[in-house]
Design a protein around this ligand. Structure first.
Ligand code: KG4
Length: 343
């Protein structure tokens, strides 16, 4: 165990948030997030080159603000944790360079952290994970079911065969002329509504614990085009498409989640990633958890989108198990979860 006075500074820059957090022992002193969402809206999604430029512009300011808010000095820092991957290549590099500079100048250890490991361990700001656990990582770029028999022990048992769940939300929302990020705006439209008629979409029959979303995307897209041609795409119809998309994406996922629960007899299902903010998912997961007698852990809303607090708490586990990086370490845009990873 690292002692309760050790100070971790964590950096996250894998996509469209520049974030720095400071964790002292168990206490999260600050979690500064500079979001780029507004800048990416005109492009209907994250524009990678713009993301890199904005990280360069913001990173030093966010680091200074974090140190100031946590009321620590640079000399107080004991460890630097940085997202190593997966993510956008240019965006990852900026956080890593800042982390290496701090680690090198302060002569303190550097720890490369897996972004999805961060999403999983973000839950420990609420409660410690119990093993064996099933981690369900659902974000803009990932849809993964990961069996965790123990701390930092990851086995990928299911994933999307094509589009990620967040990507599917965003693509269908764009087709409906809803602004980026589409998942957030679909949720806003459908939240607390119980009066929307469901459209039946074809259900894929995929073996094991994998899911597939590209068929749904194509089917919805064709139906919307047909409606536009016939002048039928009014507000009620948009609402129907939004709700039906949400139900189909999430029900398919939860079917596989509870199938895995039965197969592996797990103690806890742990959610993580941007899509875990979805209201329908949160409600259904809790209800199904009760019905199937398995504990459900969903991160607090503040910790569902990308942030450095999650990198700090995952990094703390890596430090305790002795996983350190050198100053020569690289980022890896398609880093896999299983440890150890290459420097
Ligand atoms: O984890 P995240 O912030 O970034 C990465 O992809 O790493 O996830 C972003 C994704 C986007 O696709 C966004 O539309 C989706 O999460 N998302 C949601 C909700 N909030 C964010 N999808 C459905 N309902 C939400 N409430």
């Amino acid at each position: 165990m690292i002692d309760n006075k050790k100070v971790i500074l964590a950096i996250e820059s894998s996509c469209d948030e520049t974030s720095v957090a400071i964790l002292v022992g168990e206490e999260l002193k600050c979690n500064i997030i500079s979001s780029q969402i507004k800048e990416h809206i005109p492009f209907g999604g994250v524009y990678p080159e713009l993301a890199s430029r904005l990280h360069v512009e913001k990173i030093d300011y966010v680091i200074s603000k974090a140190v100031q808010e946590a009321n620590v000095s640079f000399e107080d820092l004991d460890y630097i944790c940085v997202t190593k991957g997966p993510g956008l290549p240019g965006a990852l590099q900026i956080g890593m360079m800042a982390g290496k500079v701090l680690s090198g100048f302060l002569n303190i250890p550097l720890i490369g952290v897996h972004h999805l490991m961060g999403h999983i361990y973000a839950n420990e700001y609420i409660e410690k994970i119990k093993y064996p656990s099933l981690a369900v990582i659902i974000s803009g770029g990932n849809t993964e079911l990961v069996l965790m028999k123990d701390l930092l022990n990851f086995e990928l048992i299911g994933q999307t065969l094509d589009d990620a769940i967040g990507e599917s939300f965003d693509k269908i929302a764009r087709k409906l002329d809803l602004p980026y990020p589409g998942g957030v705006n679909i949720d806003k439209l459908t939240k607390d509504r119980t009066d929307i008629e469901l459209i039946k979409f074809p259900k894929p029959h995929i073996k094991g614990f994998d899911v597939s979303y590209s068929g749904l995307k194509s089917a919805v897209s064709r139906m919307i085009d047909e409606d536009i041609k016939n002048n039928l795409l009014d507000e009620t119809r948009v609402l129907q498409y939004a709700y039906s998309t949400e139900v189909h994406l999430i029900d398919q996922l939860l079917n596989k989640v509870f199938l895995a629960d039965k197969t592996y007899n797990i103690k806890q299902i742990v959610f993580g990633g941007g899509v875990s903010a979805n209201s329908y998912l949160r409600k259904q997961a809790l209800e199904l958890g009760k019905k199937n007698n398995v504990e459900i852990l969903i991160p607090p809303l503040w910790c569902t989108t990308d942030n450095a607090a999650m990198i700090a708490i995952a990094g703390k586990h890596l430090i305790e198990k002795g996983y350190f990086s050198s100053l020569k370490c690289t980022t890896n845009p398609s880093l896999e979860l299983e440890l150890p990873y290459e420097d």
